[in-house]
Design a protein around this ligand. Structure first.
Ligand code: ATP
Length: 314
């Protein structure tokens, strides 16, 4: 028995270490909680889509059963279309993204992904719980609010988007994300160390690295979680142009903190306390004169104030 228990203990130790490593990773992404990890169903099928349609159907969700976070949320993103979500901090915007990436499963309702090109299909699509989790995550890239860079080279940090990519593909993604020029101007180029111990990149530069990573992955579905940190209007315009470009042909969910980012979306959802309280195009929502119109007026006043104050010293 003694002989047997030694390796078992070792296994137990290894298990705990591996589990801890994942826990740290999850904490890194701000995702740690008490809920069970999602599991593949028996007979889960791989998701293969080129132009997917994504639909949330009466979705309910709570991290903790005592406090419902999403209440009866329904919306649809057409193949290659863009839906933007706005609303107060804590209203549940990022939770939508986490459910689509299947970090968690919904408590009620469902999320359906249909291949927009699949005409032979009856168009009802599959619940994401019927697909293998790995294939769902393979089809989606997230450009997060605050990109975490690994303590490694900038090359590795981009390559992470698709580890099998070639050097030429990494550089092409960096060019498309407008970060290549900066990288080659560094003394060590793509081999420059970044992260905590390396080169400190600005928020905007980090987001470009994240965009390059996402482009390298070449996903059918893109989730863009806009940075909350205040950007000057020039950087804001640059990121906006970036987003417009990378979203072309991809089914895109934008979690927005600035209304200027959402003006061109097919549909804008205004969230409040886990519910969609207003929805429509920018023009429709302005005409409605509700929450969105009020938020818009406020932001306009702020940017006018910024313009009047003139360029700020660096
Ligand atoms: P922000 O604009 O600040 O990013 P948000 O609208 O994206 O906010 P969510 O991140 O979706 O908001 O959070 C919605 C609510 O769920 C918040 O009240 C938050 O405290 C809670 N919440 C988020 N993540 C967890 C978690 N892992 N465990 C428990 N509660 C959580």
């Amino acid at each position: 028995l003694l002989q047997l228990s030694a390796p078992l203990n070792l296994l137990g130790m290894m298990y705990r270490e591996v589990k801890q490593a994942f826990t740290n990773l999850e904490r890194l992404f701000g995702l740690l909680d008490e809920r069970q990890d999602v599991q593949d169903r028996d007979g889960a099928v791989p998701l293969r889509v080129s132009r997917p349609r994504v639909a949330f159907e009466s979705v309910r969700f709570a991290y903790d059963a005592r406090r419902e976070i999403l209440r009866d949320v329904s919306f649809e993103i057409a193949p290659g279309g863009t839906v933007a979500v706005v609303g107060h901090s804590g209203s549940g915007k990022s939770t939508l993204a986490r459910l689509l990436y299947r970090f968690y499963d919904v408590d009620a309702g469902r999320i359906v992904i249909t291949d927009g090109e699949d005409t032979a299909h009856d168009g009802t699509g599959y619940d994401i719980r019927d697909y293998s989790q790995a294939s769902v995550r393979g089809a989606i890239a997230i450009v997060p609010q605050d990109t975490v860079l690994f303590n490694d080279t900038i090359y590795y940090n981009i390559l992470y988007g698709r580890p099998a990519a070639s050097r030429a593909e990494v550089e092409q993604a960096a060019r498309a994300a407008h970060i290549h020029e900066l990288i080659v101007s560094l003394p060590d180029g793509y081999e420059s160390e970044v992260g905590e111990r390396g080169l400190k990149l600005s928020g905007g530069e980090k987001q470009r690295v994240a965009i390059a990573r996402a482009l390298l992955k070449n996903p059918a579905i893109l989730i863009f979680d806009e940075a909350t940190s205040a950007l000057d209007s020039k950087s804001e315009k640059a990121i906006q142009a970036e987003l417009d470009r990378i979203a072309i042909g991809r089914t895109t969910l934008v979690i927005a903190h600035r209304l200027s980012t959402v003006m061109d979306a097919d549909e804008i959802l205004v969230m409040d306390a886990g519910r969609i309280v207003e929805r429509g195009s920018h023009a429709q929502l302005l005409a409605r004169g509700g929450h969105y119109a009020q938020m818009w007026r406020l932001q306009q006043q702020e940017s006018r104030a910024e313009a009047l104050a003139g360029p700020q010293p660096a």
